[in-house]
Write a protein that binds this ligand. Structure first.
Ligand code: ADP
Length: 664
């Protein structure tokens, strides 16, 4: 028992050695690193399985060979020197010494290695054991990381704007040289690691910023607040006149990416643009002012000419002779032509200045055609031309247009068809469905046509297509206005013309998206009722507020024809509104351009006062500018008439008013 115990407790010495050897053998064989042991002469005395795998040799081929077999040839000479040196003072050296070492495989390929060395004392003298590790994978990974970071750095560097990345403690992690040389110019030494606050203070000390009256403390606070709580952008000025725009964005790690743009150029351009815009606006408003006052200046004397000429024409008390009436006709025609010219030039310049607005709505084509026909009928009958309005096809019953401008275009085409038509001829207004979405309204005549050589420029301003010296009056602007207006409404124009045979001018307009069932055309209003201004019955009081003596004289004479109208004239708005309040007239006729209070203001006052707010005010103004028209609605006029007064228009307006407001 004792001996067996002894045996069990203390195995024989020879067995213990074997066990140790086995364990060591296996440790060596299973080690993850290649283990190579050499003697003083550099001969390999031991290798493990990993050495065979790593270098691609059988261990038989290695044992006894010089260790340099595993070293690339260019390092061999150096390697053997090192080895000799090492044997003189052998000491352990760990891996990761920072040396760039290379191994050589049996197939000639090289690979990066890390090596640890240790001297082994043996009975046969000192041996050296080396553990060799293949670090190709790690090197590749490191190279990739380095490449990615180099790319990032060079991208950041190549940005012309200033860029800095801060960590969660507001310390710079990365920045480019644009940032360094401007924004961080007050910082000495490295920028990376500095806080935003340090950089800001450095820049403040270096006098980088133009504070523009703000205290340093307030400026600092504003910048620091923006840095930690970036909302919107932070705009800063430098003392050398630059404008900087700073934008901070939070990163996922809680840091901040700060981009600073030099927007000096943009700011300068924007300022220049604003100046240019202001100049252009001033010039354009000067032009419209000029046009407005020119129109006023020209229309005021025209007003007298046309007004008194019409009075002479209608004078029943001392009628003119045939000869005189004939001459007067010329005065009127000349005056009307001048008026049209002024109106056309004004209209065109307003369109060109972009001051014409259109209000596009569903418009019933038949209604507009009826209106146009009524307007053109007197002119057509004077010229001996038959005006025909063709039936409107069901699918073309409505278009999208500005009703007034649409009518203006057709009146323009129509009056050309009459002007350039021949007595006994026809002018026809026709409507066609073009494609599913477009309606074409055309005016066809069998008149003189347009010479071929003039056809290409017919829509250009002041082109009269050979009519410059002819007897037919015109300005050459009508078609230009027509084209621009059509385009403003989203439509287009065109024409076909055969010299000596006739012309057809058209406008194409879009149809409304879905066309409802067409209604019956509206009935034309009957005008058979006797005029309420007939000589019998109660009288109507009219207050006329006007400062121009010849306009007052004109209105007096006009009203003198009507025994039932009592006309009160007042030269200023201030007095005029008092008179209106006191005398309670049936109608007020208001000039707009008055000394002191304007016609607009006066009318507004009348609309406000309870005693006068029911009294209709007819505005009479020489200014036919768009701006004026847009104020009409505000002022609350009953009707807005432009001078020179069209007598029939004024009379119709008055008659309609008196009709609805018969005195007791
Ligand atoms: P205006 O009639 O005032 O001269 P427009 O711009 O309306 O100016 O027309 C330009 C020119 O086109 C006219 O002068 C005329 O020569 C020619 N024109 C226009 N419409 C017709 C037409 N229906 N028939 C023949 N010529 C026309």
């Amino acid at each position: 028992m004792a001996s067996s115990l002894e045996r069990g407790g203390n195995p024989p010495a020879g067995g213990a050695h074997r066990l140790e050897r086995d364990v060591f053998q296996q440790l060596i064989e299973t080690a993850p690193d290649a283990l190579v042991v050499i003697d003083r002469l550099g001969r390999i005395v031991l290798v493990n399985a990993q050495t065979e795998r790593l270098f691609g040799y059988d261990r038989q081929d290695l044992l006894g060979q010089s260790i340099e077999i595993l070293v690339p040839s260019r390092f061999r000479a150096q390697h053997s020197l090192h080895r000799a040196g090492y044997f003189k003072t052998p000491r352990a050296r760990a891996m990761g010494s920072g040396l760039e070492l290379w191994g050589l495989k049996s197939d000639g390929t090289e690979f990066p290695v890390e090596i640890s060395l240790a001297p082994l004392e043996t009975e046969d003298g000192v041996l050296i054991s080396s553990a060799i590790r293949d670090v190709s994978e790690r090197k590749r990974a490191e190279a990739e990381v380095r490449l990615a970071s180099d790319r990032l750095l060079s991208a950041v560097e190549s940005i012309q704007d200033m860029l800095a990345l801060y960590d969660a403690e507001h310390r710079v992690v990365l920045c480019n040289s644009a940032f360094r040389s401007l924004f961080a110019r007050g910082v000495d030494g490295a920028i990376v690691g500095r806080t935003f606050e340090e950089i800001l203070d450095g820049s403040l000390r270096a006098g980088l910023f133009e504070l523009g009256g703000e205290s340093v403390e307030a400026f600092r606070k504003r910048c620091l607040r923006y840095h930690t709580n970036p909302v919107g952008v932070l705009e800063l000025k430098t003392t050398d006149g630059r404008a900087l725009r700073l934008t901070n964005r939070r990163t996922l790690e809680g840091g901040i990416v700060s981009t600073i743009w030099d927007i000096t150029e943009d700011v300068r351009k924007e300022e220049e643009l604003q100046k240019a815009r202001a100049l252009a606006e001033a010039a354009s408003s000067a032009k419209s002012e000029f046009l407005s006052s020119m129109s006023h200046e020209l229309r005021t004397p025209l007003n007298s000419i046309l007004g008194f000429a019409q009075l002479l024409q209608r004078d029943k008390k001392s009628p003119l002779t045939e000869r005189q009436l004939e001459r007067l006709e010329h005065v009127l025609k000349g005056g009307e032509h001048l008026l049209r010219l002024i109106d056309d030039i004004l209209d065109l310049s307003r369109i060109e200045a972009g001051r014409v607005t259109t209000s596009i709505e569903r418009v019933r084509v038949a209604e507009v055609l009826a209106e146009v026909k009524t307007t053109l009928a007197p002119m057509a009958s004077r010229a001996g031309i038959t005006l025909v309005v063709a039936a409107v096809p069901e699918q073309a019953s409505e278009v999208m247009a500005d009703r007034t401008r649409f009518a203006q275009i057709l009146i323009n085409y129509g009056s050309n068809a009459i002007k350039y038509g021949r007595p006994g001829g026809t002018a026809a207004l026709e409507v066609h469905v073009r494609d599913g979405n477009t309606v074409r309204v055309s005016v066809r005549d069998d008149g003189i046509g347009i010479p071929l050589e003039h056809q290409s420029r017919i829509f250009e301003p002041f082109q009269r297509a050979g009519q410059e010296t002819g007897p037919i009056e015109g300005t050459g602007i009508g078609l230009t206005i027509t084209k621009r207006l059509a385009e403003l409404m989203g439509g287009s124009v065109g024409f076909e013309s055969v010299p000596d045979e006739g012309s057809e001018f058209w406008i194409d307009l879009p149809r409304p998206v879905e066309v409802p069932e067409s209604d019956a055309p509206s009935a034309t209003p009957s005008s058979g009722a006797p005029s309420p201004l007939a000589t019998e019955g109660p009288s109507y009081r009219v207050v006329y507020i006007e400062d121009n003596p010849s306009n007052i004289a004109f209105m007096r004479e006009l009203m003198a024809d009507f025994d039932r109208v009592e006309l009160v004239t007042v030269p200023t708005a201030e007095v005029g509104i008092e008179v209106v309040r006191d005398t309670q007239p049936h109608v007020v006729i208001m000039d707009i351009n008055l000394p002191g209070m304007s016609g607009y203001e006066a009318t507004k006052k009348l609309r406000e006062w309870p005693e006068t707010k029911h009294i209709p005010v007819i505005a009479l103004s020489a200014a036919a500018m768009v701006g004026d028209r847009s104020r009409v609605a505000d002022a609350g006029f009953y009707r807005y008439l432009t001078k020179p007064v069209r007598v029939s228009e004024l009379m119709e307006t008055l008659e309609a008013l008196f009709e609805s407001n018969r005195p007791a």
